[in-house]
Design a binder for this molecule. Sequence first.
Ligand code: NDP
Length: 261
Amino acid sequence: MNSKLFALFGNPVSHSKSPLLHNSLYKKLGLNACYARYLLKSGGALREKFFELGLDGVNVTIPYKEDAFLACDRLDMFAKQIGAVNTIVLRDGMLHGYNTDAPGFIASLDGFIPKKALILGAGGTARALAVALREAGVSVVVANRSEGRLEFFRDMGFETALFCELKTPSFELVVNTTSAGLMDSELPLQKDKLLDILKDALLVYDCIYKHTPLLQLADRQKKKNKNGLDMLIWQAFFAFEILLDTKLDKKDVEVMREAVR
Ligand code: NDP
């Protein structure tokens, strides 16, 4: 195999474990490949930077998944449907876009499929999760602090709400896809409202891969909770298969898990 160069594009990227996940598996499998991270200052520059850096593929994180969608020449069905791309691979001079957040998230649920789920946030990750959960038969409500990004979900037939108008019928799964708690110690929305929302939750899930203020609150309410580490590992596993055009053994995920441990 010719040497391959991959990277993570995002802002911020300094916290990211993606290089560790991918490089550990290159090493284990003896692949001539390297995965770096690149602080991209503007989403509009994504395509130009990709070629300028001579990359073979990228993963894309906040806040550029929608820019990544626009930068691609070809899109797989799921990425096209949700308008957000987190994995781009170069084939025959063209950028092919995919989204592995959705299968990564579903794999991380370990078979738990709730009846009703509330998604907090309405960005690229929320799009992937909302569609994936609906495809799994879950009734989904999407709530956000501001109006603009909710339109996409209404057009897709989802029930939506602003945080301030959110009614709180029983949600078995509450998922935070906002960036609140990523680089700060904020809750995604007002504490009183959150306590109300969490009352009937069987699982409180934060896509951020640390013990965020939301998960600390869930702990205090004695609610089962999970951070985004498993999702990160599984989305990296599926992205690896796309970037290297290969099929991994499911147990290879343990190499990635061990690397972040
Ligand atoms: P986007 O930038 O596309 O969307 C961010 C969302 O968060 C928007 O709905 C925005 O609301 C909301 N938001 C931002 N700051 C706050 C705040 N302080 N309070 C309340 N809402 C806020 O991001 P992504 O969807 O790409 O990513 C979202 C999060 O998910 C990130 O933290 C990311 O790290 C995590 N993630 C984890 C993955 C994993 O593998 N574990 C994979 C993908 C993402 P508004 O529309 O009003 O601006």
